[in-house]
Design a protein around this ligand. Structure first.
Ligand SMILES: *Cc1c(COP(=O)(O)O)cnc(C)c1O
Length: 253
């Protein structure tokens, strides 16, 4: 037999190698920061990539997937559910479902009900209206949605996130709403500058939040380009897209 490897097998090998690289980077970052590897988890952000890639990384062991658009995420969630009946997936870290979908993008309130029907975690809650809408959606879907409060660290409203001063009131609201479980904070680093000071600020915001809400332990920070800095600043959850799937054709975040 000779000739080119089938494209699917080649892509799968590439994804497997990328996953190993990401694991190595996270392990090295934890070691450098004196943190336990088990204290940091990560989400593979599959936005813009085809369902075939999502299925491939699930087969390779990924259980947490991130998306930033409802329509795309909803379609992929159905495809994964269809492809992996629960019992056939070994060692799922997520009881009762094959994978956990994390919604990480800006979200309109009118999409909240849809997102609540498939997502395990919404990382981008940044306003009261969205909290009410997600709570409604979670009740309709009869499930509990874990929620991270997205904080804007640079005042750039186009990327979502509430001001640091809004975190306390929003946390109190979310903690009191049915169907939602307050799980922590999330931020995207400011563009074009050293991310470390911003990630340190986020860690401080998390410290203050946990005085009133000790259950809100997650700190979601760090992407493909800056995950080491995020781990050094105490991130518990990373969101990794291009380091797994490759560069996206068009910037989309
Ligand atoms: C796309 C996206 C990511 C992943 O970014 P990469 O640089 O590709 O790792 C992380 N977080 C959010 C909110 C995103 O939209």
């Amino acid at each position: 037999m000779s000739g080119a490897e089938p494209a699917a097998a080649q892509r799968r090998a590439e994804l497997a190698a990328n996953l190993r690289d990401v694991e190595e980077r996270i392990a090295a970052a934890c070691a450098a920061a004196g943190r336990r590897r088990g204290d940091v988890s990560w989400v593979a952000v599959s936005k813009t990539w085809p369902v075939s890639d999502v299925l491939a990384v699930v087969e390779l062991g990924v259980r947490d997937l991130g998306e930033s658009r409802d329509q795309e995420a909803a379609g992929k969630a159905v495809a994964v559910r269809d492809a992996f009946p629960e019992s056939t997936v070994p060692e799922s870290s997520v009881p009762e479902s094959t994978v956990a979908w994390h919604f990480v993008g800006q979200l309109q309130s009118n999409k909240a009900r849809s997102v609540a029907s498939y997502a395990a975690v919404v990382q981008s809650l940044d306003r009261a209206r969205l909290a009410y809408a997600l709570s409604d959606g979670a009740l309709v879907a009869d499930r509990v949605l874990r929620v991270l409060l997205q904080v804007s660290l640079d005042g750039d409203a186009s990327r979502g996130g509430c001001g640091p001063d809004r975190v306390g009131p929003l946390a109190d609201l979310v903690a009191g709403l049915p169907g939602l479980a307050l799980a922590g904070v999330m931020a995207v680093a400011p563009r074009g500058v050293d991310p470390r000071p911003a990630f340190d600020r986020l860690a401080g915001i998390s410290d203050r939040l946990r005085v009133q809400h000790p259950e809100a332990r997650e700190i979601s920070a760090g992407m493909s380009g800056d995950l080491e800095a995020a781990v050094a600043s105490g991130a518990t959850l990373l969101r990794v897209g291009s380091a797994v799937f490759g560069p996206r054709a068009a910037p989309l975040r």
